[in-house]
Design a binder for this molecule. Sequence first.
Ligand code: ZN
Length: 281
Amino acid sequence: MKTGKKKTWLSRTLKSFVLFLSIAAVLSVFPAGKLLTVQAASKAKLNYSKRTLCVRSTLKLKVTGKSKKTVWKSDDPSVAAVNAAGKVIAQKIGNTVITATVGKKSYKCSIAVRDHNYESAPGAAVCTRCGAKKSGSLVPLTKLDRYQYFRKYMTDSQMQQAYKEAVKVTGPLKSLTLEDQLVGVASTLRKRFDSGMKYSMSASHYNDPYGYLVLGVASCAGCARATGFCLNVLGITYEHVNENKYSHQWARVKVGREYWICDAYGLYCGPEPAVRKHPYL
Ligand SMILES: [Zn+2]
């Protein structure tokens, strides 16, 4: 059990932000059969002219329809910084302007940085602007990171029943560190399994959170999904390792710079020994 890593969910998410550069090229085929490459330089455009961002959130700006290199600049990098790829990082509450210069032309985007805008719901608070979870709170059912994914396995009523059980699992963990939350979810779900659940690869809902949390039947796939469902309730995103494979499955979570295995079924919760490797398999 490691301690001292109290980075917020949001900052971890930001670190895993992936940058994309898109290159636009327009090809025209002429009747004579000649192939010409035409650069669309006339209709250059910045994808946003005005945005409100939450503190520590990011925005990808790009100039579309141009052929030359874009140079980025922030009027006040202490409010919102911009890197060479056009990624804006909101730093503190305030206003600034990001300028993209392409050749002799420049394009501007006004950036307002504000605090999170939490909507109040019993026991839950999620920012309506960026989706960040207020620390010490639970994520409402419809705001779960994998809500649409879980809906493929359960009806709305089954989702609600599974959520109610997941709140019982996660409620006592909501103010703990990420590591303690992972250990808490794994050990609580393991205790449920040990207190009379049935292993099944054929029962109805054997591979989803409703089966594990409500009906008391599970396979290791069901355990991994029930674990992931509970993690999402705590605002933790995860990867389902070996999903849909005929082998052991578990939830994989980014903890600081490493990844942890959260595996109630396989009785392990801690750093992975190697990428997507399980210490007991
Ligand atoms: Zn926010």
